[in-house]
Design a protein around this ligand. Sequence first.
Ligand code: URA
Length: 452
Amino acid sequence: MSTSSAAALIRTKREGQRLSTAQWRDLAQGIAGDTWCDAQIGAFAMAVAWRGLDFHECRDFTFALRDSGRCLTWGDLPGPVLDKHSTGGVGDCVSMALVPWVAACGGYVPMISGRGLGHTGGTLDKLESLPGYDTNPAPERLRRVVRDIGCAIVGQNADLVPADRRLYAVRDVTATVDVPDLIVASILSKKLAGGAQALVLDIKTGNGAQIPDESAAMALAARMRAVAAESGIALAVALSDMDQVLGREAGNALEVRAVVDLLCGRACDPRLRDLTLALSAELLCIGGIADDRAAATVRLRRALDSGAAAERFARMVAAQGGPAAVLEHPQRCLPQAPVQRPVMATDAGFIQAIAVRELGECVVDLGGGRRVPGAPIDHAVGLAGVRGRGERVARGEPLATVHARTESDADAAAARILRAFRVGEEPALPAPLLRWLPQAQFPRAMTATVSA
Ligand code: URA
């Protein structure tokens, strides 16, 4: 076994040289086992940001992170273990709907999710809007919930990919969150450790995305696919639009409400429903449950129309400690903000552009996200009824409704929302909601190097 010191490994990377498989293993063990201090982890992350990794290093690093803790195995389940990851957006509550919906069609989905990051929300924070929902169940309980119900959404516990847990916290404060090689290793190591056999990756592009630039998103997709191919996990990759809020709501409890409405077949934003359906269908295909997207879609629609998908959601919530009546009385189960203020358009016309990142920041500043890791959040606040790109608005018609804790918070948010929408006379078209990336679309060179 190699025993390279932290400083030697950092220097090697700083000088742009390759690390060997054994050195990547040492590095991950050192980070997980606390022999590396935070300063060393930060220096390493910055060296990767500057120098990049070649494909073999990215693969070795991914596997070393995966093996830094316990890996979950689900060998005795009667269906495939499936998962989905999104690179994060505003109003993206797809996971909460997809997980029970896919489970209702025969998949097993033990999703390890994250918290809000920057201007984008996190699934764990959203689910914690439901009083009592436990995002950190003991491993035995998680196993039982997944076996009995087919799905669970939980956080990363201390045993699962501990090296990534530490590395991620340091990346968050060293401007290295958006380094593509680190993203690939971080996401894939967790999915592999969680035991997924098939994964759908939804990479957001557009001004509200974590990676707004499309060529950077494509490069990330290529690297992700190349590493996944060596790990045995089936992977499908989509690019989806974040030049407008996905759905109509942005904020924790508001998005849970939107998911309940979707699953119960109530009025729901078509883009949110269509994206959830498309990603779920692909997952059923690559997981071997359906032969093609058409068959998968029929199966999913049946699960929605029969109430089976909604029932899975309710059982999952109850099994994880949340309220039993979430479908029947979502309003009573979820917190509501005391101030609700519509923000009216000052001009008539078509919505030409929306500063989606600004809307996400607005939710954070209302208290719906964090500026400091571990800070408490206000689950009730956010934006509802947010209008989309290309829609026609009349003067005095709401562009969105602010849900705030105080009147002065609502004033500040309303001013930002008005600035975030550009309304003009020309008709405008929204960007395509979703594009699947076929393997053949990646030039060979893209799988060789990735730059931010
Ligand atoms: N980006 C990462 O690097 N890791 C995650 O788990 C999610 C986003």
